[in-house]
Design a protein around this ligand. Structure first.
Ligand code: MN
Length: 493
């Protein structure tokens, strides 16, 4: 029922959108992450094909009302449409534009979502597994075009980006559900995306096979030289002048690699259930956005292409984090872009990868200020001066992949402009499973809110239940940590 109601509201809102004057300015406001950039791309291309002549995409990092107001002032749009952000924008937009539509999947603090918002939460759906910002945005467009459009190259590209956003938001990690399922199915039907079971390691179509495997944090294969030698001895490592990537391997070579992984796992980690490990981290569904064939956004450094959405958005994410979302949108909205754009993106990509690698090395060499509790299961680490502050979530993800004992990680970094700290909270899926979705207690947000009240500080936070970021004064971070430990203990008991 809930899913039906969601699409019913999507249809109503799409009729609203269709009634807008095509010659007037429409501002799209998207969220500054992979999902948000993909969602913005979906709307931007959708509106273009609907005949809108003046589309202004803008990106916000957080739901900042003051920034929203100044964006409206600077651009004076007649209409606003949001994606992956905006759950709380209605009162502000009501007063300032002729009409608006909000599409978001983030929970709002008050439960009223209003007539002009499409948000899965209103229909009892889950923001982390049922709908991404990008699949929500696409839900608004499905009714406005017929199958001929979705079968065309232009339609397929939009479907591909809708799927890319959901994957970048890790929405498919616990299966493919509800809104995401409907949209993925549509993308498959119209041949925008191909899904297959394969070695699913990140970098499968971007890095040489041995590098992708070395970076996957598999016990026994984390030493670069050993990994390179053993992997390359088991396959024919080159194809012409190129290194073979995982996708270039034949079935036998793939099997050889799996055998090596199994033998290393059994030798190096007795705690790990091999079958489970393989199913969770090595073999699984892979998604290839074949609609993007010939697009510059698929190019990897050596000139070959990747159609894996994680890899395509990986490079775009670094642009966004460094504030250059305009370049990211340029890349995703044009089949071909200038050499300058390509060079800039690959430079940000290199820079970002390098910063994260250095931060990881510093962590491994115990050069990071740490606080830990519950036998190392809850950890706080400060990366100030090592990374760009917006990379706190990424580095936490990388560390948690290597340090399998950590259940909840708080990573912090000082922001240069205002002296506040950005703190990311990430939790492992087993913590996730302890969380009862019907119980509003089970939420990282609770911990932020408690800290806010306890300290009386102006703490802003947002995101999802267990991938949440906040902006805090330094002295409140230990209190946030203490509250997180208390919460974790309550959860495991
Ligand atoms: Mn999102």
């Amino acid at each position: 029922m809930s899913l039906v109601s969601f699409f019913k509201k999507a249809k109503q809102l799409s009729e609203n959108l269709n009634s807008w004057d095509r010659k007037s300015k429409v501002m799209i406001i998207g969220h500054r992450d992979g999902d948000g950039i993909a969602a913005t791309t979906v709307l931007n291309q959708g509106l273009k094909h609907l005949g809108f002549e003046k589309i202004i995409p803008q990106i916000l990092l957080s739901p900042d009302i003051d920034l929203l107001i100044s964006m409206i002032k600077n651009n004076s749009p007649k209409y606003v449409i949001t994606c992956d952000i905006g759950a709380e924008f209605a009162p502000t937009l009501e007063k300032r534009v002729k009409d608006f539509i909000i599409t978001d999947h983030h929970p709002k603090k008050i439960s009223n979502y209003g007539a002009k918002q499409l948000n899965c939460i209103e229909f009892g759906l889950d923001d982390e597994i049922d709908a991404s910002g990008s699949t929500t945005a696409l839900s608004l467009l499905t009714n406005l075009f017929d199958d001929t459009f979705w079968d065309s190259d232009k339609g397929k590209v939009i479907l591909a980006f809708a799927v890319a956003g959901a994957i970048s938001d890790f929405q498919f990690q616990k299966g493919i559900h509800k809104v995401n399922g409907v949209i993925l199915n549509k993308a498959k039907i119209h041949s925008a995306v191909v899904v297959s079971k394969d070695i699913s390691i990140f970098g499968r179509s971007m890095y040489p096979a041995y590098i992708a495997i070395n970076r996957a944090s598999i016990p026994g294969l984390t030493d670069y030289y050993f990994c390179r030698d053993i992997i390359n001895a088991s396959i024919d490592p080159r194809i012409g002048s190129y290194w073979k990537r995982i996708i270039d391997l034949d079935q036998e070579e793939k099997k050889n690699i799996i055998d090596i992984i199994i033998s290393q796992l059994s030798e190096f980690s007795h705690k790990i259930n091999i079958k489970e490990f393989l199913a969770k981290e090595v073999i699984g569904d892979v998604f290839d956005l074949i609609a993007l064939y010939g697009w510059d956004c698929t190019l990897i450094r050596d000139g070959r292409a990747t159609f894996d959405p994680r890899e395509i958005l990986h490079q775009v994410n670094y642009c966004c984090r460094l504030g250059h979302w305009d370049i990211a949108l340029d890349l995703l909205n044009h089949k071909m872009v200038s050499d300058h754009t390509m060079k800039t993106i690959s430079e940000f990509h290199r820079q970002g990868d390098q910063e994260v690698a250095e931060a990881l090395k510093a962590y491994q060499n115990n050069l990071i200020e740490l606080q830990s509790d519950c036998d190392g299961k809850v950890l706080l680490a400060d990366f100030t001066d090592l990374i760009f502050y917006d990379e706190v979530g990424v580095i936490a993800g990388v560390i948690m992949k290597q340090d399998r004992d950590i259940d909840i990680m708080l990573s912090s970094c000082r922001m240069e402009n205002n002296g506040l700290y950005k703190v990311s909270v990430r939790a492992r899926s087993n913590v996730w499973e302890m969380v009862d979705s019907d119980n509003e207690f089970a939420d990282a947000k609770k911990v932020y809110e408690k800290t806010k009240i306890e300290t009386g500080s102006e703490i802003k936070y947002g995101g999802h239940r267990f991938a949440m970021s906040g902006y805090l004064p330094k002295e409140t971070i230990p209190i946030l940590f203490k509250n997180m430990v208390t919460y974790y203990k309550k959860l495991i008991n």
